[in-house]
Design a protein around this ligand. Structure first.
Ligand code: AMP
Ligand code: MG
Length: 334
């Protein structure tokens, strides 16, 4: 099968493909998603299959209206309503209690809860509205690989396996949505993202917990891994020594860091480099792109990646980087 590359203006074509039970990758503000009609179990089954996603890892419902949430949530706590009003459409996935038997178990793996996401992308919202029902929308990558932030990334993993990708250019946030569980007595962040715990707590007027796993970046499934071993360099001042040690191995290696940090390093042999831009914001935007970039250089077995302080969006950046690196740091953190 040849994967068609549609443009944002083709959202009706995309909606028709979804209606026929086909899989279509779609843009969001965070990463590209893999869409299928959530009410079509065969199509949902295909999403797990083409991603090689373990079937016990539940999917979200990607919606274009509050009415779609009401149809599947058993109830919507006031705090969750506030979050939707304040942050939707936007990079926040909200977990709510599932209305009994409202959707085929294949979507949620039989859980009593369900995740909702309303992405901030016009073409995608129009596509879902035209379909008339929610879609499932996990990231459009092979499970375990870095999430896709461009249509090219989607094609790298899923080209030939899905009918189409709706191409709306590079995403601008770059790290996957914040996930907050609002089905609990006290809200808990399951995955950090660009919307922070503090922003959420401000809106709902109550404290927000951070799941331990979300904070440390450890998780049940392998995540965000490129071919090469990623090693985190926590401090900018550690780069010269890390590079010197890598050069001694005689093996080619990669560096991902800001322009400023790259400019400070001496030119070395055996080196491929990828710019993370000028800040933690641009670094978050380009992290997955950079990890995928080095897959083009199979001789690069190690990538040194700049760490950032874990505050604000740095929490989400470090969470993804820790997973990509399997918690490898060049120098022990003190
Ligand atoms: P992705 O599918 O790549 O967008 O990631 C979505 C994440 O949300 C996955 O890690 C899922 O495990 C998680 N998720 C989806 N539904 C639920 C749910 N009902 N409860 C807890 N986590 C969920
Ligand atoms: Mg994913």
């Amino acid at each position: 099968m040849e994967t068609k590359r549609l443009t944002a203006a083709d959202y009706l074509v995309a909606a028709n493909l979804l209606k026929q039970g086909k899989l279509v990758a779609f843009p969001t503000e965070t990463v590209y998603g893999l869409g299928a009609d959530a009410l079509n179990p065969q199509a949902v089954q295909q999403v797990y299959a083409v991603k090689h996603r373990p079937t016990d890892n539940p999917l979200n419902l990607t919606v274009s209206s509050f009415a779609m949430v009401k149809k599947y949530a058993a109830h919507i706590p006031d705090a969750a309503k506030l979050l939707m009003e304040n942050f939707w459409p936007g990079p926040l996935t909200i977990i709510l209690p599932l209305k009994y038997a409202a959707i085929n178990k294949i979507v949620t793996n039989g859980l009593p809860t369900i995740a909702f996401r309303m992405p901030d992308n016009q073409a995608t919202l129009q596509m879902i509205t035209a379909l008339g029902d929610p879609i499932v929308g996990p990231s459009a990558n092979t499970s375990g690989r870095p999430s896709p932030t461009t249509a090219e990334h989607v094609l790298q993993d899923l080209g030939g396996k899905i009918v189409a990708v709706l191409d709306d250019g590079a995403t601008n946030v770059g790290v996957d949505s914040t996930i907050i569980d609002m089905s609990l007595a006290q809200p808990m962040i399951l995955r950090p993202g660009v919307i922070t715990a503090d922003e959420i707590a401000d809106v709902i007027g109550q404290p927000v917990m951070m799941q331990k796993e979300a904070a440390t970046g450890s998780q049940k499934y392998k995540h965000y891994e490129p071919q090469a071993q990623v090693i985190i360099v926590d401090k900018v001042s550690q780069f010269p020594q890390a590079i010197a040690q890598m050069e001694q191995t005689g093996e080619p290696f990669g560096i991902m860091a800001t322009d400023q940090v790259l400019a400070q390093q001496h030119v070395v042999r055996f080196k491929e480099q990828f710019s993370l831009g000028d800040s933690v914001v641009s670094a978050s935007q380009h992290l997955y792109d950079g990890l995928r970039y080095f897959d083009m250089y199979p001789e690069v077995k190690t990538i040194l990646v700049q760490g950032f302080p874990a505050t604000g969006i740095g929490i989400a950046y470090m969470n993804r980087l820790e997973k990509a690196a399997g918690h490898h740091h060049f120098f022990k953190k003190n």
